[in-house]
Design a protein around this ligand. Structure first.
Ligand code: PMP
Length: 429
C-alpha cells in the first residue's frame, strides 16, 4: 500500500467515505484519491511525493496558482491582529467596494462562507422579495447542497447517481422546477403556465457541473427577457465563473446583467468565502434593513477577507484574463488535435479559464443529455493514465477543469504531450 492508500483506509474509519466532500473520494473515476501534502504554483504534491500539474485548483479558487506569495502574506499579516471578532471591520467595506467595482451589477452585497450559503441565501431573498415560492433551475447545474437546490443536481450528486438526495422533503423539492439547460423553449413553456408563481431563475451562466457547457447564443438573454416579463429575479450563480470566465465573470463576458449574483471559490483566494449581491432594491430586503433573515458568525472573517482581497487586487491590476483564455484554448485544442491524431472521438468546450472534454462522437456538446451519454468508461481509463503521467484533472466526467496564471507554456505543452500518449494507449486497447 502506498501512503495515499494507507491514509484513505485510515480516513474511512472516522470520516464518511474518507473525505469531507464526496467528489474527492474519486467515486467518478474509481481508485484511491491522492492525499495532498502541499501545493505551489501550478503543481500539487501527494503523500507519496509525486508531483502533478494541477487542473483542479482546489475546484476553482486557485486562479493565481497555489500558495501565491501575496495571498499568503496577506493572511499572515492579518492574522497578527486576531482571527475573528464577530463585529464589523473596515476590511469588509474595502472588500465589498472591490467586488462591486469588478462586478457592477452587485450594487450591494453580503459575504458568507461558502458557495452553498451564497445560493441558499440568494434564493431565500428572491422568494422573500417576490412573495413567490417556486424557483426554476436547470438539469445538470449544481448550486450547492441546500435543500431546494439539490433537486436533479449535478456535480457529486450526479456522479454518484443520486440526483435526488434522501433527506429532502418532497414538500421542499416540489417548489423547484427543473428544465433543460440551453433550452429556452422549455423555460418559456413553464413560465407561460405558472410564471407568476416563480420567484427566480437560477443558472450557472456557463455550466461547470456537468463538465463544461457554455450557453448557446441567445440563451442567457432569453432568460433575462423572461424574468423581466414575469417580474422574476434572475440569479447568475457565478461561484465557478466569477473572476474566471472574465474578471467580471460570465455577466461581463456575455454582457447580460442579472438581478442577483452568487460568488464563491476565487473570491476567497483559497479561504472559505462566498458572497451574494445585486440590485440595491432587492438587497435591502435582507436583515437588518429588510425582513428576510440571513446571518453568519464567521461571515466577513478578517483572514478570509484579506486573502480574497489580495487575490482580487492581484487580478485587477493587470490583464490576466486574456492570457488565461489563450492558454485554456491552447490546451483544449491541443487535447482535440492529439485525440484526432489517434482517432479517438473527443469534443472540447472552453470559456475563459475553464474547459472540459467529452469522449463522444458529437462535434459539439451543448446539453446535459449529451454530457451524460459520453463514454464514461473511456474517461475513467484516460483519467488514471493522465494521473500516472503526473496530470491532475477533475476526477469526474461531470466537472470542468481549471487553468491558473501559474501554468506555463511548458506545463500546457507537457500536458498535451501526456494526453497524446494516453490517447494512443486508449486507441490500442
Ligand atoms: N454553485 C456552483 C456553480 C458551484 O460550482 C458550487 C461548488 N462547486 C457551489 C455553488 C457550491 O459552493 P460550495 O462548494 O462552496 O458550497
Amino acid at each position: 500500500m502506498n501512503k495515499s492508500e494507507q491514509l484513505f483506509e485510515q480516513a474511512k474509519n472516522t470520516i464518511p467515505g474518507g473525505v469531507n466532500s464526496p467528489v474527492r473520494a474519486f467515486n467518478g473515476v474509481g481508485g484511491t484519491p491522492c492525499f495532498i501534502k502541499k501545493a505551489d504554483g501550478a503543481y500539487m504534491y501527494d503523500a507519496n511525493d509525486k508531483k502533478y500539474i494541477d487542473y483542479v485548483g482546489s475546484w476553482g479558487p486557485m486562479i493565481l496558482g497555489h500558495n501565491h506569495p501575496k495571498i499568503k502574506q496577506a493572511v499572515i499579516e492579518t492574522a497578527e491582529n486576531g482571527l475573528s471578532f464577530g463585529a464589523p471591520t473596515e476590511l469588509e467595506i474595502i472588500m465589498a467596494e472591490k467586488v462591486k467595482a469588478i462586478v457592477p451589477s452587485m450594487e450591494k452585497l453580503r459575504m458568507v462562507s461558502s458557495g452553498t450559503e451564497a445560493t441558499m441565501s440568494a434564493i431565500r431573498l428572491a422568494r422573500g422579495y417576490t412573495g413567490r415560492d417556486k424557483i426554476l433551475k436547470f438539469e445538470g447545474c449544481y448550486h450547492g447542497h441546500a435543500d431546494s437546490l439539490l433537486v436533479k443536481a449535478g456535480s457529486g450528486a450526479l456522479t454518484m447517481g443520486v440526483p435526488n438526495s434522501p433527506g429532502i422533503p418532497e414538500d421542499f423539492a416540489k417548489h423547484t422546477l427543473t428544465v433543460s439547460f440551453n433550452n429556452l423553449e422549455e423555460v418559456k413553456e413553464v413560465f407561460a403556465s405558472i410564471g407568476d408563481e416563480i420567484a427566480c431563475i437560477i443558472v450557472e451562466p456557463v455550466a461547470g457541473n456537468m463538465n463544461c457547457i457554455p450557453p448557446v447564443e441567445g440563451f442567457l438573454q432569453g432568460l433575462r427577457d423572461i424574468c423581466d416579463q414575469y417580474a422574476s429575479v434572475l440569479i447568475f450563480d457565478e461561484v465557478m465563473t466569477g473572476f474566471r470566465v472574465a474578471l467580471g465573470g460570465a455577466q461581463e463576458h456575455y454582457t447580460i446583467t442579472p438581478d442577483l449574483t452568487t460568488l464563491g471559490k476565487v473570491i476567497g483566494g483559497g479561504m472559505p468565502v462566498g458572497a451574494f449581491g445585486g440590485k440595491r432594491e432587492i438587497m435591502d430586503y435582507i436583515a437588518p434593513v429588510g425582513p428576510v433573515y440571513q446571518a453568519g458568525t464567521l461571515s466577513g472573517n478578517p483572514i478570509a477577507m484579506a486573502a480574497g482581497l489580495a487575490a482580487l487586487n492581484e487580478m485587477s491590476t493587470q490583464d490576466l484574463h486574456t492570457d488565461l483564455a489563450a492558454k485554456t484554448k491552447q490546451l483544449a485544442l491541443g487535447f482535440k488535435a492529439a485525440a484526432d491524431k489517434h482517432k479517438i472521438a473527443l469534443s472540447v468546450n472552453y470559456v475563459g479559464a475553464m474547459f472540459g472534454f467529452f469522449f463522444t462522437e458529437e462535434p459539439i456538446v451543448t446539453t446535459y443529455k449529451q454530457a451524460t451519454e459520453c463514454d464514461a468508461q473511456r474517461f475513467k481509463l484516460f483519467y488514471h493514465m493522465m494521473l500516472d503521467e503526473g496530470v491532475y484533472l477533475a476526477p469526474s466526467a461531470f466537472e470542468a477543469s481549471f487553468l491558473s496564471t501559474a501554468h506555463s507554456a511548458q506545463d500546457i505543452q507537457a500536458t498535451i504531450d501526456a494526453a497524446e500518449r494516453c490517447f494512443e494507449k486508449l486507441a490500442n486497447q
